[in-house]
Design a protein around this ligand. Structure first.
Ligand code: ADP
Ligand code: ZN
Length: 730
């Protein structure tokens, strides 16, 4: 789609509006009284409703002006800048997503309709007739804040008084009541405050990044966990703020934000704007507005922060750039890392991709010179990379139903004796991955999905990790009816916890698994407690692999290093490598050296060997060679087409129809595989089949796919989703 140039529309003139409604086209209206211009956010009538839209260009429908309904009003927010308009168009084209859905992503702030609201604030007035303790505290709060106007809530919290104290003071003239805009700018971050004294390595890297500010370029900042990547990219943030532009730092995990916000505050003297699912509605509206008005210098957020209406975005940092959570797998299928590069190219912004274990895509881009690369070699201070060793499970003496071998157990004993922490890593939630009947061999699976039900003792239920359905844990076999023979097979973190508690009854044990925490806050609290030393043994899923700082942790035990080596998944080796390196990086971050032990049945597997030898470059080279030979990403391109329907016949019919008319794909030399049942062949009662398109790197994949799927009739009950650059092969 072309981007229409900016244009002014006089009152009554026809114009096209992009709405967030699921339509595949723009809607025509008449400009309101006072006119409008491209980019204006507007309220327009649609049937009986009023919906949010954005003026996109001249009218397209060719209807006589008299038949067009007028735009209800232009909203009191900054118009969408050209840079964001262009970004939405390009991102929609790339991901084959309707533009309306992109606008939806860019306007996910409540209250855009209501306009700027005001709140009641107070300032000091005359001296109170009678001074009480409470009143004195109130006045002291104003002094502490330099006489700024404050809300009742702010005053009561800071002074420790009730609201009635404030209102009485106001009634007596000791406080003066007034109005202030509700959405206040964020406190200014001060880049001139001194940062930490950087090591030579870090200082050199920071200088290079500073030199690349204010223009579009991409730098891979690679360094082992703890080498100070964060310290270095905060210098790029400082430079961006000095230039008066805005910076965005994307983090993969909400649990990481609190620690990061504190580091920002320590460095720049104030907290940045925060954007993720845990942020209140009020804060979201404030941040959306402040991003567009320039009232926030730094935003820290999840991938959706990429769609905020920044006034002048000068830097995007993608921390832990390899993290799979950057790929949105629901709704709009986009990879936030790639979209960050796209947006930066349109905003003339710098990009920093930080990781200890970059994705193969990024590693190849750096290798080919498309991206710059900076390496931090040493860990900061005395901390060394942990020593890594494989434990060959073929020669470990392990009773049935136990998962911690004697070698690993002895290492944990030693840590407990030394007052240090151990982490046992197992990337499996729940108690046991399989529930089996010992009488007939039946395995309990989800009634709606082709997935086995995972036992969760914590919930006392079985749960499907695909659709979330739960069921009671059966005592009678649903298949043969025999009682008392149902049996849990294989380990999950909950079962591992049982083993740990039985083995080390006096140890303090903490389990970090995403489903054990009701809220992000509870998780944050647990992480902080562990960092402060509140646990001797930490049991965790991949949640722990995400950059937390546990200074007392000196041992990492990987319970099953072979998990993930047999996924049949293009990225299995890469994922295992990243995950184990990342987890191992948790050990020995402070003064004490760390040890990482990996329990494996295949100590000679190339991935395990590369991890052990610490030969990162060797691993990537080998993996890149293999992908190149196969024409697989990033040397070739893939797209997944996922069809789903309530009946298997229907979904295969459509899949076969697609597989028959591949004309547009043949023209670009693409291969088509399938239809085949998707690896998870049924989700929420819908059957799923997948076709996979593979093509050379530079072929016009999106255009061909659009022509291809556009040529097939889709029955009403069948859904089609296109996944460009699929990450997982669901
Ligand atoms: P990474 O992002 O590479 O994992 P961090 O920037 O988080 O590394 O640094 C790891 C730890 O070392 C942090 O606690 C950080 O504050 C500290 N650190 C790193 N560089 C310095 C420095 N130059 N001076 C003081 N502390 C530092
Ligand atoms: Zn299910």
């Amino acid at each position: 789609m072309e981007l229409p140039p900016v244009q002014s529309f006089s009152p009554g003139q026809p114009l096209a509006v992009l709405t967030t409604q699921p339509l595949d086209r723009l809607l025509d209206y008449r400009a309101p009284e006072g006119g409008a211009q491209t980019g204006d956010f507007v309220e327009v009538p649609l049937g009986p409703r009023k919906v949010l839209g954005c003026v996109w260009g001249p009218a397209e429908g060719g209807l006589p002006v008299a038949r067009l309904r007028p735009v209800t009003r232009v909203l009191d927010v900054e118009p969408m800048r050209d840079e964001l308009r262009a970004f939405l168009v390009r991102a929609a084209d790339y991901t084959l997503t309707p533009l309306s859905l992109m606008l939806f992503l860019a306007t996910r702030a409540p209250g855009l309709f209501t306009g700027p609201m005001t709140i009641r604030v107070f300032r000091p007035g005359e001296a109170p007739a009678r001074m009480t303790d409470a009143r004195r505290r109130v006045l002291e709060v104003f002094e502490a804040y330099g006489g700024a106007a404050l809300t009742v809530g702010e005053i009561t919290r800071a002074a420790g008084v009730t609201g009635s104290v404030v209102h009485t003071m106001a009634a007596q003239g000791a406080l003066i009541e007034g109005e202030a805009p509700k959405d206040q700018p964020y406190p200014r971050l001060d880049p001139a405050r001194p940062g930490k004294t950087l090591s030579d390595d870090q200082a050199a890297a920071a200088a290079v990044l500073r030199g690349r500010a204010d223009a579009f370029n991409v730098t891979l900042l690679k360094g082992v966990t703890g080498s100070g990547k964060t310290e270095v990219y905060l210098e790029a943030v400082a430079e961006c703020l000095r230039k008066g532009r805005q910076a965005l730092v994307l983090l993969p995990e909400i649990g990481l934000t609190e620690g990061f916000l504190e580091r920002v505050e320590a460095r720049f003297g104030a907290r940045p704007g925060e954007w993720h699912s845990g942020v209140t509605i009020t804060e979201r509206r404030r941040l959306w507005r402040m991003a567009s008005e320039g009232g926030v210098g730094l935003v820290v957020g999840a991938r959706s922060a990429l769609f905020l209406p920044y006034r002048d975005l000068g830097l995007i940092v993608v921390d832990e750039e390899h993290d799979s959570s950057y790929k949105q797998e629901d709704g709009v299928l986009y990879n936030a890392r790639d979209m960050a590069v796209l947006r930066a190219s349109l905003a003339q912004a710098q990009v920093v991709l930080a990781s200890a274990t970059p994705s193969l895509e990024t590693w190849v881009n750096a290798e080919s010179g498309k991206y710059h690369r900076l390496d931090l070699h040493a860990r900061f201070g005395v901390a060394e990379l942990p020593e890594m060793r494989a434990i060959d499970m073929r020669s470990e003496d392990l009773p049935h139903g136990r998962w911690i071998g004697p070698t690993l157990a002895a290492a944990v004993d030693a840590r407990i004796a030394a007052g240090e922490q151990s982490l046992l890593f197992l990337n499996r939630r729940g108690y046991a991955p399989v529930t089996i009947c010992r009488a007939c061999g039946h395995q309990v699976s989800c009634p709606d999905c082709d997935a086995r039900m995972v036992e969760h003792r914590f919930l006392n239920r079985l749960m499907c990790h695909q659709c979330g359905a739960t069921a009671p844990i059966p005592t009678t076999c649903p298949s043969c009816g025999v009682e008392g023979k149902m049996h849990a097979v294989g380990p999950g973190v909950e079962r591992l916890e049982e083993e740990v508690r039985a083995r080390w009854p006096d140890a303090r044990v903490a389990v970090l698994s995403s489903d054990l925490f009701g809220s992000a806050r509870a998780l944050k609290a647990q992480i902080a407690a562990i960092a402060a030393g509140a646990a001797d043994i930490v049991i965790g899923t991949q949640l722990v692999a995400k950059g937390h700082n546990f200074p007392l942790l000196t041992l990492v035990g990987v319970i099953d290093a072979d998990l993930g080596l047999h996924g049949g998944d293009l990225r299995a080796a890469e994922r295992t490598f990243q995950l184990i390196r990342q987890v191992a990086g948790r050990a020995g971050r402070a003064e004490r050296p760390g040890l990482a032990l990996m329990q494996t049945h295949q100590p000679d597997h190339p991935v395990i060997k590369a991890i052990l030898s610490g030969d990162d470059e060797g691993f990537w080279k080998a993996e890149a060679d293999e992908r190149r030979a196969l024409g697989m990403p990033p040397f070739g391109r893939l797209a997944g087409i996922i069809l789903s329907a309530p009946t298997l016949e229907h979904v295969f019919e459509v899949g076969n129809a697609l597989a028959r008319q591949t004309e547009p794909l043949q023209r670009i030399g693409a291969q088509v595989f399938g239809p085949a049942p998707a690896p998870i062949a049924r989700v929420r009662g819908r059957h799923r089949v997948r076709l996979l398109v593979k093509v050379a790197r530079n072929a016009p994949l999106q255009t061909a796919i659009r022509a291809w799927v556009g040529g097939v009739h889709l029955p009403a009950d069948t859904r089609l989703a296109v996944d460009i650059d699929p990450q997982s092969f669901w």
